[in-house]
Design a protein around this ligand. Structure first.
Ligand SMILES: NC(=O)C1=CN([C@@H]2O[C@H](COP(=O)(O)OP(=O)(O)OC[C@H]3O[C@@H](n4cnc5c(N)ncnc54)[C@H](OP(=O)(O)O)[C@@H]3O)[C@@H](O)[C@H]2O)C=CC1
Ligand SMILES: CC(=O)C(=O)O
Ligand SMILES: [Mg+2]
Length: 762
């Protein structure tokens, strides 16, 4: 029986099973540690460990500040929790909090290139917790406390701030407060309200809520206009039940006693409590143009759909990424720590927090430049009800927020390092960003908005079925499962997959009414290439790749994915029998290699065995065009074993000839060669030995001299270098088809399906 784990969580497009598989597959969890220095030879060992390591030891003992020069401390943050308030799920303990803490650690890395490790401390005793953390200072440049319940978190943070000389920042308090305040400033402006007169209700009086209220009061919000509520209702002066000193500090004189009463006529409501805490009646009773931030995770106090059903004048935000206006601390903590670490701040003070609020609020009001539009799924956002705050993938965040935070740290005297050239610092920050993850997420978003029908040619395979389900669940379009119903259903049953949902269609090639049409189409193409009618009939009835490719050719599907059960060249041959090349293009394979924070496109990794000079030039053009479509300005290196004529050889000649052909074509991208891979990828080597090179920076598109070198090098990078390799992606076919590697995982297959859908004009 299919169980609930295969049902999509409402609004998320993911199933519980997918979430479990995601965390389990490969190395369990989301983190691993990699050395940054070579550890290959006796010499390396002598330097990294005994005896060499003694030298930095003595240097640090003599001058502790040098720890920032000789160790990873300056870029290392600990994410620490005891699991007493995990998201909005409550107190589930230290161990259960680990997935969230690992998640925060990877967000640090992904968004701001901050190295981070999660530490789960198994105690609810405040003193024990403090004692455990207070001695960790030498290891880290900062401490990010997470998901610790109120009021313990207030005591813990306060004490640790006093005891430690590095930033200690409770993300749920200040991260949330900073983002909520930025969103609120903008929402108030959009609705023509004044900070001093607006009336606000905050539901929840825990870590996040108290910090939000404190921050907005410090920014000028009138304390008398704020009512705080908790599980016992309104926090009024004189209340004794369920109180603590932090709640008391915000108790107001009022005769309102329930959340429903408090929300009547309110301009703003902040939800930092629990799923479903706001009723439709409460929302109905608010003032005109209400501002509703339902920030509980993973499920908000009320959903945007529920609000939209009852009123059309609200500005609505949630903590989630699948709705507009995501007010979530992910917009803050990576960048705030980035700025604090870069000036070696001793703390994160109010000045730095307010600088972050203002930077974030103003970013949403700025015109979105062209190169940022892609982060917004191609639609240029305009400051307004649906866009009060930037999205986490906005590439401007990495420079805007850390710069503001670093400046504020310097001006308020808590920086231990000056940053004399802020413009250079902003440029450095931008270079830390690797656009590929945002490119892929933009690609997904675009597909979601222009959904496509993708045929999964090997749907009887379990991982293909999971990928198809995920494609449909993520709202990317219709997944067509090609295969025999009985086999598909049996596999689904065995794997506990529920196929009974919209967005999935099963097509059986043997009994399809379209079979004859496909046979006629294919016979017309192949009759003069040695195929008899009966051969073609067999191909359509028995071979999934031919049937699927004909579906695409004749418009019954927008794109196709295959490759799990058959080798690449066989699958490619099948497809090309049915589909033409795009006019004026050459079909090639491009692999995207993600390594050490860099993204490099490698071509041709699939089609041309020993390309001629003309073919190499064509490959360069296709690959450069693809890189540009993915958001990169191409710098193409035509690779060989030699560099600019040395040593000479026949294959290098051909590459040189290709460079000459590109010169004559006056292409609109940078290219040069022939050159070896180390020169292409290492700016210093290029500048010192070949200052005449025409590339303005390290190459990001590598055109390989032949298929074998391309395939061997990408596979070696994947297996030995720990790189992530996406592809080869097929480029240049008239209709989009992607071929996975044999035995690909469901996540790889769904990526390929999304890329095919994108290629179909999503
Ligand atoms: N979007 C974002 O970025 C963030 C969202 N959050 C969300 O905010 C919520 C609270 O987190 P946090 O402050 O860390 O947790 P805490 O445990 O510190 O505080 C929870 C607070 O919520 C109150 N509460 C719980 N249920 C209700 C209810 N039904 N009605 C009124 N009040 C209620 C509790 O009341 P009492 O005091 O009576 O027990 C308590 O004051 C979570 O859902 C979390 O996911 C948190 C951080 C960031
Ligand atoms: C986002 C976050 O930190 C929370 O919900 O706890
Ligand atoms: Mg949290």
């Amino acid at each position: 029986m299919a169980d609930s784990k295969s049902k999509s969580r409402p609004g998320t497009g993911i199933t519980d099973q997918e979430a479990l598989d995601f965390h389990k597959q490969g190395r369990p969890g989301k983190l691993e540690i990699n050395p940054t220095k070579p550890m290959a030879t006796q010499r390396d060992l002598s330097l990294a460990y005994s005896p060499g390591v003694a030298v930095p030891v003595k240097a640090i003992a003599a001058d502790p500040a040098t720890a920032y020069d000789y160790t990873s401390r300056g870029n290392m943050v600990a994410v620490i929790s005891n699991g007493t308030a995990i998201l909005g799920l409550g107190n589930l303990g230290a161990l259960a909090s680990k997935p969230v803490m690992e998640g925060k650690a990877v967000l640090f890395k992904r968004f701001a290139d901050v190295d981070s490790i999660d530490l789960e401390i198994d105690t609810e005793n405040v003193d024990e917790f403090i004692n455990c953390v207070r001695y960790l200072g030498p290891s880290f440049g900062g401490i990010n406390l997470e998901d610790i319940k109120a009021p313990d978190c207030f005591i813990i943070e306060q004490r640790l701030r006093e005891l430690m000389d590095i930033p200690v920042f409770h993300d749920d308090q200040h991260g949330t407060a900073i983002i909520a305040a930025a969103g609120l400033i903008n929402a108030l402006e959009l609705t023509g309200r004044d900070l001093k007169t607006a009336k606000l209700v905050c539901n929840g009086a825990g870590a996040a809520a108290i910090a939000c209220v404190e921050l907005i009061k410090s920014m000028g919000f009138n304390p008398e206009n704020i009512i705080l509520c908790d599980t016992k209702g309104v926090i009024y002066q004189g209340r004794s039940e369920g109180m603590n000193q932090w709640k008391s500090a915000h108790a107001v004189k009022t005769d309102k006693r329930t959340l429903a009463e408090a929300m009547q006529g309110a301009d703003v409501v902040l939800g930092l409590s629990q799923k479903g805490a706001f009723s439709e009646d409460m929302i109905r009773s608010m003032a005109d143009k209400p501002i509703i931030f339902a920030m509980a995770n993973p499920d908000p106090e009320i959903t945007p759909e529920e609000v939209a059903r009852i009123r059309d004048d609200a500005i609505m935000a949630t903590g989630r990424s699948d709705y507009p206006n995501q007010v979530n601390n992910v917009l803050g903590f990576p960048y705030i720590f980035r700025g604090a670490l870069d000036v070696r701040a001793t703390t994160i003070n109010d000045e730095m927090k307010i600088a972050a609020v203002n930077a974030l609020a103003s970013l949403a009001r700025e015109d979105v430049p062209d190169d940022v539009v892609a982060a917004y799924q191609g639609a240029r956002p305009r400051f307004g009800a649906q866009y009060i705050i930037p999205v986490p993938f906005d590439p401007r965040l990495i420079s805007a927020i850390p710069v503001a935070v670093a400046k504020a740290a310097i001006e308020s005297g808590v920086a231990r390092r000056d940053m004399p050239d802020m413009e250079a610092y902003a440029r450095e920050l931008s270079a830390r960003r690797d656009p590929i993850a945002s490119t892929l997420s933009q690609l997904y978003e675009r597909v979601r908005r222009h959904q496509k029908r993708i045929v999964f040619a090997e749907a009887e395979e379990e991982q293909v079925m999971r990928a198809a389900l995920s494609y449909a669940n993520q709202g990317l379009g219709t997944a067509i499962l090609l295969g025999r119903e009985d086999l598909i259903e049996a596999t689904a049953e065995r794997a506990g997959i529920d196929l009974n949902r919209p967005g999935l269609e099963i097509v059986n090639a043997r009994i399809s009414k379209r079979g004859d049409t496909y046979i006629d189409y294919l016979y017309a193409r192949l009759q003069r290439q040695g195929y008899l009618h009966r051969d073609v009939t067999r191909l359509i009835h028995n071979d999934r790749n031919h049937f699927a490719a004909c579906m695409v050719a004749l418009g019954d599907a927008d794109g196709m994915v295959t490759g799990v059960t058959r080798n690449y060249s066989t699958a490619l041959g099948d497809v090309r029998r049915c589909l033409d090349d795009k006019p004026g293009h050459r079909v090639i394979g491009i692999s995207i290699v993600l390594a050490r924070g860099r993204t490099v496109f490698v071509a041709d990794t699939a089609v041309h065995d020993m390309p001629t000079a003309v073919e190499l030039a064509d490959i360069a053009e296709e690959a450069a065009g693809f890189a540009r479509r993915m958001g990169y300005e191409p710098r193409v290196a035509m690779l060989a074993y030699s560099t600019f004529g040395h040593p000479s050889g026949e294959r290098s000649e051909r590459v040189r000839e290709a460079v000459g052909i590109l010169d004559k074509r006056h292409v609109n991208f940078e290219f040069d060669g022939e050159m070896s891979a180390d020169v292409a990828l290492n700016r210093k080597t290029m500048e010192s030995l070949y200052p005449f090179s025409r590339l303005s920076g390290p190459a990001n598109v590598l055109v390989m001299p032949a298929f074998h070198s391309a395939a061997i090098s990408t596979k070696m990078l994947q297996e030995l270098g720990g790189s992530t390799v996406i592809g080869p992606l097929l480029v240049g076919l008239d209709k989009p088809v992607q071929i996975t590697s044999m035995g690909a995982k469901d996540s790889d297959i769904v990526n390929m399906a999304a890329i095919a859908a994108y290629g179909a004009g999503a």
